[in-house]
Ligand binder design. Structure first.
Ligand code: COA
Ligand code: ZN
Length: 327
């Protein structure tokens, strides 16, 4: 555990950044991004040093029409060694499609809240868990990693607080009963706050120290980056983030964008963390995003530039300076 002197210090610690813009981001877009543009975007992201890219989701095309080209995208991208290409999967049908398209990892999904699970997946949580068990059986021997994303782990927009005991019990079932290699705690609608995040991360880490733990925050209430720092300080080393800060679950009222990848990376590099990411290259990919989706994105770094992207002095600066010195 960190001592006070280590708080907020990166000190070269490796943090794994996982891009979800092409899934969590594009799923929420009204306009369909052409398949070849999605492929080009993933290819550009692959060269930035990201640890993992959630390329798409294999859900019902009626539920998420924006990602109805999942097969084409996942099977046509250029694979960079070392990058894990994952896809969101809600059921056996989705798992079969994802394995066929050579996903490295299946990101299974269910919600910690009964109401959100019903509205997003049209099942009770127990039905979802039984479904995930079926998925595990169906892909046995397929050599594909399994992660489970638990939506609404920090609160539900319909039910309010979700007790930590409930969240940890679902994590236990994913890890111990399903045998998942990783769990993602999702703040689907930006209800998490830093002290709560720290408590949950510590509790998870105390129980399961060798499993991958990912934190997935949305910046809906402006606490995204604060939550990121609280999570890292409590021992987390994996973060989901989305390029430009786009994103949001269409089946969660009030959902909005994820924490923004370039903002998170910019902050972590300044603090001395090792993200493995080439920020200028990431920014170049982010700059292409508004044209792709047809609107502005929340990213502050795209607007303001990096901290030391300096501005030229006023044209009459020398005159002003000379007058001030002689005053
Ligand atoms: N891939 C493609 N099609 C699928 C599918 C999958 N993984 N799962 C279901 N379908 C199709 C079925 O074939 C059926 O099609 P039809 O109407 O042409 O016969 C239709 O979707 C409904 O299938 P059903 O099994 O009755 O599921 P449902 O209506 O209860 O929907 C989900 C359940 C989970 C499949 C659906 O709600 C879904 O995909 N949700 C996505 C949620 C999501 O991505 N949210 C944001 C991210 S968290
Ligand atoms: Zn999300």
């Amino acid at each position: 555990m960190n001592t006070n002197s280590q708080v907020w210090q990166g000190a070269g610690r490796r943090i794994y950044i996982q891009e979800v813009g092409t899934r969590d981001g594009l799923q929420a877009e009204a306009a369909f991004v052409p398949t070849e543009d999605k492929i080009a975007l993933v290819n550009a992201l692959s060269d930035t040093g990201l640890a993992k890219i959630e390329v798409t989701s294999f859900v019902s095309p009626k539920a998420i029409p924006a990602l109805r080209d999942a097969e084409q995208v996942l099977s046509q991208i250029r694979r960079v060694p070392g990058v894990v290409y994952t896809a969101l999967v809600p059921n056996v049908r989705g798992a079969e499609r994802a394995v066929e398209s050579k996903a490295d990892e299946l990101n299974l999904v269910m919600s910690a809240s009964e109401s959100h699970n019903l509205s997003n997946l049209r099942m009770t949580r127990e039905q979802s868990f039984a479904g995930l068990t079926e998925v595990l059986k169906a892909v046995q021997g397929a050599n594909v990693a399994i992660n489970v994303s638990l939506s609404c782990a920090f609160g539900c927009p319909m039910e309010g607080d979700v007790p930590m005991t409930v969240v940890l019990e679902w994590c236990r079932r994913f890890v111990e009963e399903l045998g998942a290699g990783g769990v993602t705690l999702c703040d689907t609608t930006g209800m998490a706050y830093p002290t709560q995040v720290a408590e949950l991360v510590r509790a998870f880490r105390q129980r399961w120290s060798s499993h991958e733990l990912t934190l997935h925050f949305h910046n809906t209430r402006g606490m995204g980056l604060a939550n990121v720092l609280a999570a890292l300080d409590a021992g987390a080393d994996r973060l989901d983030a989305s390029l430009g800060g786009i994103g949001g679950c269409p089946y969660a009222p009030g959902a909005s964008g994820n924490v923004c990848t370039e903002e998170v990376v910019h902050a972590l590099i300044l603090m001395g963390y090792d993200t493995g990411i080439d920020l200028p290259q990431l920014l170049a990919a982010a700059r292409a995003l508004p044209a792709l989706i047809g609107h502005d994105v929340p990213s502050q770094i795209l607007k303001a530039g990096r901290r030391l992207d300096l501005h030229p002095n006023l044209t009459d600066f020398d005159e002003i300076a000379a007058r001030a010195v002689n005053r």
